[in-house]
Ligand binder design. Structure first.
Ligand SMILES: Cc1cc2nc3c(=O)[nH]c(=O)nc-3n(C[C@H](O)[C@H](O)[C@H](O)COP(=O)(O)OP(=O)(O)OC[C@H]3O[C@@H](n4cnc5c(N)ncnc54)[C@H](O)[C@@H]3O)c2cc1C
Length: 332
């Protein structure tokens, strides 16, 4: 989103991304009305039909944004390229890749998520997001695999046995929103399994290291979750959860939190989860990232000269810092 916003304002952008964009999963995001139009400047009929506003799978959102950015000639993609360090002097900022290459630019924007490498440069005294005491178990089931007994119309919350379960209908892989042909996403808040996170290395000290993939989740944890699901929850959402657990198609994300003291240092700025990490319960991490991108674009437009870049970044920080601090606190 940041790359597209800046490219539309006439800046040449290089995106450096460690992923090869294959085999990604992830949870769900709420897509604001007109998001892609705002980001790309394209009309809705020029955009992918699978990305209607509403709750969408992470993958559908990423695919559509990526396609829009890749079609923009002002953006150069460097995938399968991991940044290990960020630096700057009075003339330029740079990213050092795992291969030792230095990629220079007037400014560098860290959009590298909750374990941001860029944040270490911007806020070296407070560079890690902290574990917030919960793991979120996440799965997606096909409605066609569950069998009908009154399909859910909207997002649902259930509480039981110390858990909170959130269920959200998602379009099918083909974009279908007809009940019976959709997918059912669910997420279970669990504050009782720090031992599983520590045992797998997903949590070290108070710093979240990574999301647990299914092969890392102990067999007894799957069995306990299936037992608790049957006991504590009801209806289609329970069935979706039991189906995902039976297929071992579950991931476990330790919830992290980061309240920033700064968003900018010189020629380097942070956006999205690199800048602020809030409890997913807020449901707003994605929308706040969009606001970061738009604010940064506006700041660079009102300070268009190359010599004005650092001033533009300070305007961005002034515009966003209080709002994002409040956003993260709201997740508590
Ligand atoms: C379980 C869960 C559920 C959520 N649900 C919602 C929701 O319903 N609604 C909502 O609005 N938000 C939700 N969020 C929050 C939302 O996912 C984030 O706010 C959003 O993904 C942040 O986007 P981002 O681009 O800043 O970071 P990410 O999505 O984390 O993207 C960072 C990118 O940087 C790349 N990268 C990282 N490090 C490097 C490196 N060193 N070199 C090169 N590339 C690198 C990564 O590969 C990745 O592509 C949820 C989060 C979680 C964990």
């Amino acid at each position: 989103m940041t790359a597209s916003t800046l490219a539309r304002r006439g800046l040449g952008v290089t995106v450096v991304e460690r992923s090869g964009d294959t085999g990604r999963t992830g949870a769900a995001l709420s897509v604001p009305e007109g998001l892609l139009e705002r980001i790309t400047g394209l009309r809705s009929e020029q955009l992918p039909r699978t990305l209607a506003p509403g709750v969408q799978s992470w993958f559908a959102v990423h695919t559509a944004l990526h396609a829009a950015a890749a079609a923009d000639l002002g953006i150069h993609f460097r995938e399968n390229t991991r940044v290990v360090e960020v630096g700057q002097d009075t003339d330029a900022a740079w990213a050092v890749t795992a291969e030792g290459e230095r990629i220079h630019a007037d400014i560098l924007v860290g959009a590298d998520g909750h374990r941001s490498v860029t944040r270490r440069h911007v806020a070296p005294d407070k560079s890690d997001a902290r574990y917030a005491g919960q793991v979120l178990w996440i799965g997606v089931a096909e409605e066609s695999a569950i069998g009908s007994r009154g399909w859910p119309a909207s997002v649902a919350f259930q509480h039981g046995a110390g858990y909170t379960l959130i269920g959200y209908p998602l379009p099918g892989a083909d974009g279908s929103t007809a009940p019976g042909a959709r997918r059912l996403g669910w997420a279970l808040y669990d504050s009782s399994r720090d031992d599983v996170l520590r045992g797998s290395g997903a949590l070290v000290g108070s710093v979240v290291q990574h999301t647990l993939t299914a092969p890392e989740i102990p067999e007894h944890t799957f069995e306990e979750l299936a037992r608790d699901a049957r006991r504590a929850f009801s209806g289609t959402w329970r069935d979706a959860m039991v189906d995902s657990i039976r297929r071992r198609a579950v991931i476990g994300t330790p919830v992290a939190e980061y309240v920033p003291d700064r968003l900018v240092r010189g020629r380097v700025a942070l956006v999205g989860d690199a800048a602020h990490v809030a409890n997913p319960m807020t449901g707003r991490g994605f929308a706040e990232s969009l606001l970061d991108a738009e604010s940064l674009g506006a700041a660079l437009s009102s300070n268009p000269g190359r010599g004005d870049r650092t001033r533009a970044l300070l305007h961005y920080e002034l515009d966003r810092l209080d709002a994002v601090r409040e956003f993260v606190r709201s997740g508590r």
